[in-house]
Design a protein around this ligand. Sequence first.
Ligand SMILES: Cc1cc2nc3c(=O)[nH]c(=O)nc-3n(C[C@H](O)[C@H](O)[C@H](O)COP(=O)(O)OP(=O)(O)OC[C@H]3O[C@@H](n4cnc5c(N)ncnc54)[C@H](O)[C@@H]3O)c2cc1C
Length: 406
Amino acid sequence: MDPAAFGMAFEKVGLGRRYKSLADNEKKRAMSKNYDCIVLGVGGIGSAAMYYAASQGWRVLGLDRFPIGHARGSSHGQTRIIRQAYFEHPDYVPLLKSTYELWDDLEKITGQSLFQRTGLLQVGNPQSSIIQGVKASAEEHALTVREFDNATLQDNFPLFHFRDDDVGVLEENAGFLRVEECVSTFAQAALEMGAELVEGVTIEGWDQGAAGYEVTTSQGRFFGRRLIIAAGAWAHQLMPELDRELRVIAKHQHWFRIPDERTRLDKGCPIFFFETAEGYFYGFPDIDGNGTKICEHSGGTPVENALELNREIDPVDLERVQHFAHHSLNCPRGIHHDHRVCMYTMSPDEHFIVDRADDQVAFACGLSGHGFKFAPVLGKALVQLLEGSPRADMDFLKLKRFNDEP
Ligand SMILES: Cc1cc2nc3c(=O)[nH]c(=O)nc-3n(C[C@H](O)[C@H](O)[C@H](O)COP(=O)(O)OP(=O)(O)OC[C@H]3O[C@@H](n4cnc5c(N)ncnc54)[C@H](O)[C@@H]3O)c2cc1C
């Protein structure tokens, strides 16, 4: 679609203000249709999948229990880190190169500002998995990163207090995504291309029927020739065969108003990620006066029922994050002012699971707390899987790796 025409359409419907979920009479009509593709779960990955499915000219329906951009799953809390020198595994880097291009395209097409490059400072001792991993990915894929020994680290980043054996790696091309806006932009862009959306509906299951697939919900049955399942922390309910692979944990996001203007985005504060003897901690600059978001990436408490997630502050988690913030950013105690709970859905090896459940059913799950930045490349890859043209460089994410003989 011509970006200019697209922009006008966005203005007309008021992007970011309201999504048009089907009204009751329209829902009845939707149940009599046979969609080319139904997307089960319209969060981070499902919203992107809806967009790329609609871009194919497919008639697309998205179904979700909650309103777009909600705070009940895994895609909320203002920001997500995006980076390329991937300490988790160099095999992700080609996907990250694609995802950068796709985020840029989405911004151009919609006129929305979603991805801000701030730089990411990663810190640990020279043998830490983070320092070793970032350097391995950068070397294998010729990515530019700047390295700092202990003395130059302290000189260049006086905001932080480092341990005596810390070294650092700065990836200047890294940054953050405005997470809720990303989800709403993908969903709205899909709707602009003719996709339809039903919010407030519980998906109960799906089955293969004579002419495709039948999706049973709290509001009736919908029919589609293809399905994309992107149900986040609820994936195992829609695909019970994944039950033993997935483990959901609660993760807390905390905001602190640190009285030091060097923590501000407009003063050049980078995102930071520290591997310490106590665990992995990360944070963002103060973006809009709401404070510095600081979280622990390691740890997390098991979640039995994602619908009944305890949303209270966990005092143990807060104490660990405050301890880190106090020692690493000189953050005074008692200035915590905001908090959100979110969920990681962990796979056994903490790598994503992206595969087909059936000829015409593709899914992505087990994103293990690092999947959001990949939303466009995963959304597009799910559509490619259904078209029978999967990306070869995603083979390492197939479900069958857990069943392979050693
Ligand atoms: C605190 C925190 C920090 C993170 N930081 C980063 C980061 O810095 N960088 C990064 O790349 N990633 C990060 N992640 C991970 C990333 O945010 C997630 O991997 C990603 O958002 C998951 O998207 P999803 O689409 O799988 O899940 P969701 O966005 O939760 O979407 C799933 C959707 O499915 C719907 N659904 C499920 N079951 C049903 C049903 N039966 N009926 C109706 N609807 C249903 C849900 O309502 C939901 O909307 C972080 C995650 C958390 C929690």
